[in-house]
Design a protein around this ligand. Structure first.
Ligand SMILES: [Ca+2]
Ligand SMILES: [Ca+2]
Length: 572
């Protein structure tokens, strides 16, 4: 099992992002949101606002607090077309007003339109589909060499691993499996396109997008065509986009669900939607919690001037790595979306790769960039399968190359497969007690450097004192105590945060001083004199209460001159 954590060290995710809790439902009821696209049985009805008003059926995703109640949906004339077990939801076509009625039931947690998603790369039509040139010899595309630091082919990292048997689920338009430069391991079709045709497999790609992105990570190292970053990977074609490159939120969730069931560690989504979806975020969070790495195209909504925040979904979700696109000059591709959610940048302009009918094609898009990150992740993870998804993500961040672009354009920088593999030997700090977290943590008030067992460790925000209490971001605490952090959006204001480790569960409600502690079968409530709060998209918890709930001893050091607390530590 990939969630089996032999190394419990959970490295800090440098970017935290409060889950959006925009309730589409409320917005619709208030009439403040226009529907850009509605979906009926997978078919798009652009600009379908009038259809919703007139009572024509639309595709909706209905989330439940427990097991989905199919009978309830059918009672309102809903026709269920997909069961999304992993998030306790059903997708159904029904009259929009009826769907709204469902929100009155306490067991229904949300209702939202099953929005469209799109593939996020396109062929450079000026370039001919080429075959002959690629059949004489193997070409190393510029982007592949770039993520290996422009080292000469064959790349030294391949002496350690070529990504052997690392499973990669590519949620896309399928794959042209009979391509001579691709070895597709398997796949499935969840799209509206029948697939197959004269081909015997249903995840057949007649679009080309899926075949192209598959080649970037997994094209074979042989005498012909192109070569992928990790030619040894097991690539699975999860066809969730139809032959025109169009899919729905529910089809994407279905794809994620399949990858989780099949325990395929890395999930790529070279697709985008501009609309926030609660259900898609829940699915991504669940997969991430199950130990998967999720990588997605940041989107192609960037402006020439590089301004604006337009990273699309699912890339913008906290649990998904958003990948921007660079060009051969190490500049941001002008189409590449920008914003604080950009985590890494990778080659995404003028990329040669495999194409349908045994051909090769030039493509651009953040779709292509995404697979360069997948390739680096696959190499690193296959070289050390004991690492967790969080550790691999942190490794990619810390080994990225600063291209000296704006942070909103490059995130941590250009993904570097060579550095990630090299750095593996230094990943796990000593002294971490399995299942317990770090034995000793020392934090300095106002400093982003903490000390884990005496070794410096960077946090993304510094601990600070407010109302005479020390506040530390929840993610940091989760990591230090080897606890799982989970969220529950309650409504647009309140959220619940859980910290869990084996038989300890701490439940914190933002804004409430009452903290529930469940410890070794006994429940208790600790009343703190200060409440947890959210600031700059991060949740801050009163440090002492949490540390004590994890049975750690806590101490403070004050400066003699100012009589202020300067250092905080805990030991467990
Ligand atoms: Ca090849
Ligand atoms: Ca993200």
């Amino acid at each position: 099992m990939i969630q089996e954590r032999k190394a419990v060290w959970k490295l800090l995710l440098k970017r935290t992002r409060r889950p959006l809790v925009t309730l589409l439902v409320v917005a619709f009821l208030l009439g403040s949101l226009s529907i850009n696209s509605l979906v009926v049985q997978g078919e798009a009805i652009p600009g379908g606002t009038s259809s919703a008003v007139s009572g024509d059926p639309v595709g909706v995703v209905i989330g439940f607090r427990g097991t989905p109640d199919r009978a309830l949906v059918e009672q309102y004339d809903g026709r269920v077309y997909m069961e999304l077990e992993m998030i306790n939801a059903l997708a159904a076509t029904m009259c929009f007003h009826s769907a709204m009625e469902l929100t009155r039931y306490p067991e229904v947690s949300f209702v939202e339109v099953d929005e469209l998603v799109f593939s996020s790369g396109w062929p450079d039509t000026a370039a001919p589909v080429q075959s002959a040139g690629f059949r004489d010899e193997q070409v190393v595309p510029w982007g592949i060499a770039r993520v290996f630091g422009n080292q000469a082919y064959p790349f030294p990292a391949w002496e350690t691993t070529t990504g052997d048997s690392m499973g990669v689920a590519i949620l896309d338009t399928g794959v042209y499996r009979d391509h001579e430069d691709i070895e597709a391991t398997g796949g499935i079709n969840f799209s509206e396109s029948p697939g197959g045709g004269t081909f015997a497999y249903e995840y057949f790609d007649s679009n080309g997008h899926g075949t192209h992105v598959t080649g970037i990570v997994g094209a074979l190292d042989n005498e012909i065509g192109v070569v992928g970053i990790a030619p040894g990977v097991d690539a699975f074609a999860v066809k969730i986009l139809d032959d025109t490159g169009l899919g729905t939120v529910s089809s994407v969730i279905n794809g994620i669900q399949w990858a989780v069931q099949e325990e395929i560690p890395i999930i790529n989504m070279s697709l985008y939607s501009s609309t926030y979806s609660r259900s898609l975020e829940l699915a991504c969070n669940t997969a991430y919690r199950n130990g998967h790495i999720l990588v997605a195209a940041a989107g192609n909504l960037g402006r020439d001037n590089g301004r604006g925040e337009n990273v699309s979904y699912p890339a913008a979700y906290d649990t998904v790595i958003a990948v921007a696109a660079s060009d051969e000059a190490n500049q941001r591709a002008s189409f590449s979306s920008t914003g604080p959610e950009v985590e890494l940048i990778a080659p995404g302009k003028d990329i040669w790769s495999t194409w349908t009918a045994n051909n090769y094609q030039l493509f651009s898009g953040t779709s292509m960039a995404s697979l360069h990150v997948v390739g680096a992740a696959a190499l690193a993870w296959s070289a050390d399968p004991d690492l967790t998804n969080v550790q691999i993500r942190n490794l990619l961040q810390q080994t990225a190359q600063d291209l000296r672009l704006a942070e909103q354009h490059q995130g941590y920088g250009l993904v570097r497969a060579d550095r990630a593999v090299e750095a593996l030997g230094y990943m796990v700090p000593p002294g971490v007690a399995p299942g317990r977290g770090v034995e000793e943590v020392i934090m300095e008030i106002g400093s982003k450097t903490a000390y884990f067992n005496g070794l410096p460790h960077e946090m993304d925000v510094a601990p600070f004192i407010q109302s005479s209490r020390t506040f530390v971001p929840v993610r940091f605490l989760g990591e230090a105590f080897a606890a799982e952090v989970d969220w529950e959006p309650k409504n647009s204001r309140v959220e619940i945060v859980y910290l869990r480790r084996e038989d300890i569960e701490i439940t914190i409600t933002i804004g409430s001083p009452s903290i529930a502690v469940y410890q070794k079968g006994a429940a208790s409530t600790v009343i703190s004199d200060v409440a947890a709060f959210i600031s700059q998209g991060r949740t801050f918890l009163p440090f002492r209460v949490i540390a004590e709930a994890f049975e750690a001893s806590v101490g403070y050091e004050t400066s003699p001159e100012a009589r202020l607390v300067t250092r905080v530590w805990f030991r467990q």
